[in-house]
Every structure is written in structure tokens, then in C-alpha cells.
Design a protein. Structure first.
Length: 286
């Protein structure tokens, strides 16, 4: 009985091992390479590394759905990449001179129609401004003030990590101290706040020039304030430093105008205190 059970388990394991690749590619189709020395990319991005070149007329398994202008292609067992749709066509057929002429014509049309990558697959960087309801525990109570931050933002695939991970990274800076310090002390206050954020984003295309996104990730803040306190006729000076690590959530929309993107989002910071903000970003494609 024991031997029979072990045998059955072994057969089941062998069955799963052999058929797992079939299940994974159940939604695949056959495609014929129509481009001369067609390039296979590591990711669905023209800037990603080229892992191999496949010859014209060869047949491979490709995905039925595309990601932008790319099909996922299985070059060989264990090796998967991405090939542009103008270099491979679904179906199995013989590549003839007539076919090549049609392909070249199609490539010219595609080059005119898609000189730029899909919005969701394009990386951007540029200035960002955020208006935060900045909040902290100070002088015996929780205090808030509208505070404007400026900085730089990078977003898209293959920015911080390579691969199919859409990220949003930014560093923000505010010069000065929140207004409640001057209100409470009656004296001017100086200093600065530095804020660094990194988010993993989920992106959904609304149209060719509009997308919706949401995400979360770590936020880090450091503040240094130079304060003055009046004690009778004496004014004393002291510094206040603080650092916090927390989580940031955001949701927003992006628009593309030519090679420029405009994004606006709502943000919720959860660190030592909880506060919200609104941001706007102007990004250039890179």
C-alpha cells in the first residue's frame, strides 16, 4: 500500500512537471517571424536589453494579448522575452517576397502611427510641487499648517528597478518652518524639511493620453527648525530636529501632451502623525 502511494505521488509530480509549461502557455498562439534579424527584448520596452535575435521565417509561441506593441515570446524552454508586433505575425506561414513587401509597408505605417511608446510604458522625470497639511507633535500639542514642498520626481517602468514594476520616486524640500511656530512664539522661525517617497504603482490606461494610478510605499522625513522663545526681555534660541519613517498612499490621474506628462494626485501620509496632501508633477519623457 505504501509503495503504491509513493508511486502515485511520483506519477502525479511527473505529470505536473511535464504539463506545467503547457498550462502556463495555454493562452499562447503560434507566430511567424517576418522581420529580418528580429530582436527579442528582456522587457516590453525598447530601452531594455536585447536577449537574442530570431531569424525570419522561424515559428515561436507568442502570447495572444499584447503589452503595448509587444508580444511575449518563448524563445526556448525557460527563456521568455518580448518581440515587437511588426517583427512577428500570428499564424504559421511561409515568408515570401510579397509577404516581406507587406511587412515593410506595415512597418512604415506603424512607424508613422506609433512614433511614441504607450503612455503607461513611458518613463518621465521632472519637477513636482506638493501642498501638504503638514502635522507634527510640538510645544505640547498636535499642530498643522499648510506647507508647500518642491522637488523632483521619476516615474514609470525601469526607473528604480528593471522589469515590469511601475514605480514613483521623489525627493521634496521645504525651506523654512511651518507657520504655527511663529504664531506661537511671536518670533520668526527658520529651517527646512526634507521628504523622500518611494511608491509601487498600479496603472490603468483610460485612453492613449490618459491613465489612472494608485499605490503605496515608504516615506521618510527629516526636519530641522531654528526657533526663538521670548522670556521677559530675553530671547533664547534653540534648534528642533526630528526624523520619521512611515507609509504613503496615493491616487491620481495623468495626462500626456506630446512628450510631456502632467500628473495630479491626492496623498495620505501615515507616520508619527497622519496628514494629507495634493501634488502636481510636470514630467519629460526619457
Amino acid at each position: 500500500m505504501f509503495g503504491s502511494c509513493v508511486l502515485n505521488r511520483g506519477v502525479s509530480l511527473l505529470f505536473v512537471t511535464l504539463l506545467f509549461p503547457v498550462f502556463v502557455w495555454a493562452q499562447a498562439q503560434q507566430g511567424t517571424v517576418v522581420g529580418d534579424e528580429a530582436q527579442v527584448y528582456q522587457d516590453p520596452d525598447f530601452d531594455s536589453p536585447i536577449i537574442t535575435v530570431v531569424p525570419m521565417g522561424s515559428v515561436y509561441s507568442i502570447s495572444k494579448a499584447k503589452k503595448g506593441p509587444f508580444y511575449k515570446i518563448r524563445v526556448k524552454p525557460g527563456t521568455v522575452g518580448w518581440i515587437v508586433d511588426s517583427d512577428i505575425h500570428p499564424g504559421v506561414f511561409k515568408v515570401t517576397p510579397e509577404t516581406q513587401a507587406e511587412v515593410e509597408k506595415l512597418k512604415e505605417q506603424q512607424a508613422l502611427e506609433s512614433k511614441k511608446r504607450p503612455f503607461f510604458a513611458t518613463r518621465y522625470w521632472g519637477p513636482v510641487a506638493e501642498y501638504l497639511n503638514y502635522t507634527e507633535d510640538t510645544m505640547g500639542d498636535e499642530r498643522s499648517a499648510g506647507t508647500l514642498f518642491y522637488g523632483l520626481k521619476w516615474n514609470g517602468y525601469n526607473t528604480i528597478f528593471s522589469g515590469e514594476i511601475y514605480t514613483d520616486a521623489e525627493i521634496l524640500f521645504h525651506s523654512g518652518a511651518p507657520s504655527y511656530y511663529q504664531d506661537l512664539t511671536g518670533q520668526s522661525a527658520g529651517g527646512f524639511i526634507v521628504n523622500a517617497n518611494f511608491l509601487l504603482q498600479t496603472v490603468s490606461s483610460v485612453s492613449k493620453s490618459m491613465l489612472f494610478y494608485y499605490g503605496f510605499g515608504p516615506t521618510w522625513r527629516y526636519s530641522h527648525f531654528d526657533l526663538h522663545l521670548t522670556n521677559g526681555s530675553t530671547v533664547s534660541e534653540y534648534s528642533a530636529d526630528d526624523m520619521a519613517l512611515g507609509i504613503l498612499f496615493d491616487v491620481g490621474v495623468g495626462y500626456r501632451i506630446g512628450r510631456v506628462s502632467v500628473r495630479t494626485d491626492a496623498r495620505y501620509y501615515w507616520e508619527k502623525n497622519k496628514y494629507y496632501g495634493l501634488g502636481v508633477n510636470l514630467g519629460w519623457e526619457f
